[in-house]
Design a protein around this ligand. Sequence first.
Ligand code: F6P
Length: 363
Amino acid sequence: MKKLLLLTSGGDCPGLNGVIRAIVKAATHDGNWQVYGSRRAYCGVLETPHDIIHLSDDVVAGIHVRGGTILETVNKGNPIAFPTDIKGKRVLVDRSNELINVISELGFDAVINIGGDGSHKVSQHLYERGLNIIGVPKTIDNDLFGTDYTIGFQTAVDTATEAIDRLIPTAQSHNRVIITEVMGRDAGWICLHSAIAAGAEVALLPEIPYCIETIINKLQTRFDNGHGFANIVISEGAKPIEGEVVSHQSTEFGYENPVLGGIAEQLAMRIKAQLPIDVRVTVLGHIQRGGTPNAFDRVLGAEYGVLAFELVKQGKFGLIPVHKNGEIKPISLKEATSQYRAIPLEHVLIKTARSMGICLGDT
Ligand code: F6P
C-alpha cells in the first residue's frame, strides 16, 4: 500500500472537509493507497510527537456537510519560517529540508495541501526541493490566480448575501443607510458578487479607490428621488483615493489592527458628517468563513479532490486542479502563485454593476 498525507493550511473556509472526504473516498475506491492527515497544517509533521491521523472511510463519513476542517489549521505554520523554540527563545527557522526528510522517513509517497496563495507558494518551494506535492485551491477570498473559483468562495457569497438581505428591511423601516463590511483581503470578489446579488446601491472594492464625494452624490440623489434607504457593501480592502483616510494594513493572512477603527465605520462617519441621514454599520467578519458549505462548494470540492488524487496516482506533482472557463484541469503551482488575482477592471461583473447603476465609488 502507498501512503498519502493530507493537510489544510492558512485560514479555514467552508468546503475543506468535502475535499478531504473526496480524496479518501477516491483512495478507498482505488484500493492501493492509505490516506493520513497532518493536524494543524505542517505542525503535525514538525512537532514531536507527530500529530498525524489515519483517515479511514469511517473518519470522513458525513464530514462534507460540516464547515471548518477536521484536520484543523494554523496561519503561522509555514515550514520555511516555522516558529521554533531555541534556548528559550521563539525564532523563525527554515525547516523545509527537515520536513521533507520526516515525510519520507514516515513512508509517505505524496502530499496534498489544501490551501490558499500563501500555502501554495510554500508548496512550490517544497516541490522544488523534491517533495511530491499537489495543491488544492481554497479561500473565501477567491484570489488565487489561474482559477475562476476556490473552495469556500461561493458559500461566503451566499452568507454575505443572506446577511445583506436581512439588513435591507431594517434599513428600509428606519430610513437608514446600511453599510455591510465583507472580507476578501485585497480582492473584491465577495463584495462585488454579494452587492449585485443583494441589490446594493454602492459597492466599494479594493481594486477601485473610492471618492467620498461620489458616494455622497449617489446617496443624495437616491434620497432626493424618494428612496428612503440605501445599501452599501464595502470590502475590508477598500481604500479611499489618495489623500483620504487609510486605516488598515493588508498582511499575508488578511487585515490587522485597523489604526483608526474599521473601514466601514470611517465611511459611516464621513457620510454622517455630510448628510442628515442615519447610518449603521455591520461587519460580517468570520461569519463568512463558517457554516455549511453550499452545494457548489461541495461539488467543486469533490471535483478538486478526485483530480488531485488522480494526479498523485499518475505521479504528476507540482500541480493544482483549477476551475477555468467551466473546465476542471491541472495547472502548475508555479503559474497559480505567479500573481495575485484581484478583479480585472474589464471583468464582466464590473461592467454589469455599472450598467445597473451600482456606484463603484470612482469619479
Ligand atoms: O483569507 C481569508 C480571510 O478570511 C480574509 O478574508 C481575511 O482578511 C483574513 O482571512 C482574516 O484572517 P484571520 O482569520 O487571521 O483574522
